[in-house]
Design a protein around this ligand. Sequence first.
Ligand SMILES: *[C@@H]1O[C@H](CO)[C@@H](O)[C@H](O)[C@H]1NC(C)=O
Ligand SMILES: *[C@@H]1O[C@H](CO)[C@@H](O)[C@H](O)[C@H]1NC(C)=O
Ligand SMILES: *[C@@H]1O[C@H](CO)[C@@H](O)[C@H](O)[C@H]1NC(C)=O
Length: 478
Amino acid sequence: MAVVDASLVYAPLSLILTTNMLAGLAAALCASLLLSSSQAAGPLPIRPDGASYSRSSEGVRLSFRAEHDTRDQDAVFVPTFVQNELNGLLKKYAQAMSLLHNVTGITPPNVDSTQTGGVTQQLPLYPPTSSVVERQAMGLFNYNHDVLYYGPASVGNPPQTLDIIPDTGSADLWFLSGCASSKAKQFFPPASITYGRTASDFDVSYGDGYASGMLAQDTVSVAALSVDHQYFGVVDEISTSLSNYPSSGVLGLGFGTISQSKTNTFFENLMVARKLPSALFSISLAPASSRGKSELCLGCVNQQKFSGEIVWLPLQSRTWWTVPMTGMAVDTIGVVPLGLIAAIDSGTSQIYVPMAHATEFYSRINGSQPAPQYGPGYWTFPCDSSANLNVTIIFDAVPFDIDPQDFNLGKTAPNSNQCVGGVFGFPDDLPSNFAIIGAGFLKSWYAIFDHSDSGRVGLARSTARQARAVPFASGHFN
Ligand SMILES: *[C@@H]1O[C@H](CO)[C@@H](O)[C@H](O)[C@H]1NC(C)=O
Ligand SMILES: *[C@@H]1O[C@H](CO)[C@@H](O)[C@H](O)[C@H]1NC(C)=O
Ligand SMILES: *[C@@H]1O[C@H](CO)[C@@H](O)[C@H](O)[C@H]1NC(C)=O
């Protein structure tokens, strides 16, 4: 099949791309998990297959809370993961400043996204019994109570199956290969007869570290959908070692305009090759407490994963999946009007807004206070109001509430009645009109990412949210 020469497609933006584009995720995967031994106590993560990981000498703590039961809202918040994520985000979105200022409106689509009828197309809904599942769906593991979602892809001939993170907040595909510090399975190029190395480096740098490798090409498949000669990074060198992440790479699902490798994404190549019934994909991130199954559906919409109407939001630019964020609210009275551009990011766990807006937001919650012990951008609020707070994100004037369980990240200390809020402020390094909306939101809302015409994001109430266990025995906090 044909691979589009992406350098033609992306010429206007290529000047402002730097090697930093991928750094945030590289840091999150391989390097930023070096934690002090004081944070290493506690049970080890459980693998999807039920086995547990061995503890490295450095130790890891990949959890939001000190106990591994998200239903236990008494568990103490552990800041390490969020601290790492926030640091990584500053790198992951390092180009947001120039890209979002420079990209006004919608840049021309790089593929014929109207091929299936554009936004007037009939939604490719499928019922659970359909063979669409085998053909187009990537089932996702929920790692360590909502910290990370990843699923199987295969690369090479014969195919090597590796678990990767579907990430709408980036646009490069890469696999670990020879990253000695990682315990995750890695790609072994010599075993693939179709592997092709390129002369291009695949370098990313972040802070005082770096990850590097080569840009390569090979057959890549998700479910039964495959792309020959797909470009991806083979990350074989990482400056700081030790990662107990179970995943072996990232599947960038943003627009190729922001890719570090300046190539079409895997999904864009599927569209170009007309391998999809529809130019959209859908993501269901189920909270662990729901025991629901998470899924990436390529070219399809799983009607079992949502209920009610789909609300469609207009895309702001073909970079990240950006939609207008017009406000945030606590119940109906504490509305904070905003004029932000929000990136819907399946590869990020929390919700991040500019510091000034986070301050404004928490001022609407009685008893909230900054929590500088974790760093700037953290707030706490009274745990006993947790179950009753109705926090909503307002997109394009429509409010979308988030499950109170996802807003409460745990207590500050075993005997404290202050709990850490799941909305964080980021510093001036990112644009003051930008927001990053991660799994803390997507666990409540099924999301459809549609390339058609000028692009749009659809949100509908997630059935996994409705199915989740109620954490609070009645009167638990009262
Ligand atoms: C827009 O992009 C150009 C490079 O193409 C860059 O020099 C400029 O700083 C960017 N604008 C903003 C506001 O960042
Ligand atoms: C906050 O406290 C004030 C005064 O005690 C009260 O009027 C208001 O309803 C409270 N707001 C919320 C959201 O509980
Ligand atoms: C929270 O607010 C939203 C939007 O205003 C509303 O639709 C929803 O019913 C509210 N939820 C609760 C539990 O009050």
